[in-house]
Design a protein around this ligand. Sequence first.
Ligand SMILES: Nc1ncnc2c1ncn2[C@@H]1O[C@H](COP(=O)(O)OP(=O)(O)O)[C@@H](O)[C@H]1O
Ligand SMILES: [Mg+2]
Length: 250
Amino acid sequence: MSLLEIKKAHLKLDNKQILKGISLSVNAGEVHAIMGPNGSGKSTMSYMLAGRNGYELESGDVLLNGESLIGMAADERARSGLFLAFQYPVELPGVGGIAFLREAVNSRRKHLGEKELDHLAFVKEVRKVAGEMFVKDEMLKRSVNVGFSGGEKKRFEILQMAMLKPTVSILDETDSGLDVDALKTVSDGVNSQRSDSNAIIVITHYQRLLDYIVPDYVHILSDGIIIKSGGPELAREVEKNGYAGIINAS
Ligand SMILES: Nc1ncnc2c1ncn2[C@@H]1O[C@H](COP(=O)(O)OP(=O)(O)O)[C@@H](O)[C@H]1O
Ligand SMILES: [Mg+2]
């Protein structure tokens, strides 16, 4: 069954048409990659899915687990199992990493009708998962993302994902600003979260990330619409010929 279904999504920003009829169906167990040149609408699509203010659809629909997200606030979407790792993670001065993760995990558990974790059990679990993601203890004690390097911010995003166990994760340019070693760490983290019961959408500009996170499907977004879909070979075509060839042929 389809975990996420985008139906003819149209969206305007500042009276400018940005999304021009995006349709996409993502099933459980699948990893989809959205590729496209700068300015094609990738981040706008991810903000729209996450429910950011000002990114409401003009027409179309989005279903998570068969339920429409229209009119649902961002925090409610998160509790329902949607996770967005931002291209530019926000800094939260004064909010410690552990407290932040605990709040997010417990509100998700509450939504699922599961018992909230007590502090000690939670800290133990975070430390274990953080170790797997190469997130140091010292980082968990600091304010979220404040003074984190690019790589640390991305690792912290994947730690959030691993703790929340979302149904659908959207990773917007998780590879941007990462060197090869950090790219490998982050990709290993994402791959460890792949399962038959969730789905992951990776948004990227470059093919490089898809050598590490091998997608089942690749979609090319250009000027607010998906112009071509295929398998991993489509990403290699982009690497070889650039976007221009694909865009011109569409
Ligand atoms: N707040 C805004 N108002 C008007 N246009 C915007 C706004 N934010 C982004 N855009 C435009 O929307 C288009 C898509 O941007 P974006 O979604 O960030 O693309 P991508 O992530 O693919 O690089 C770009 O042309 C950008 O200039
Ligand atoms: Mg972007």
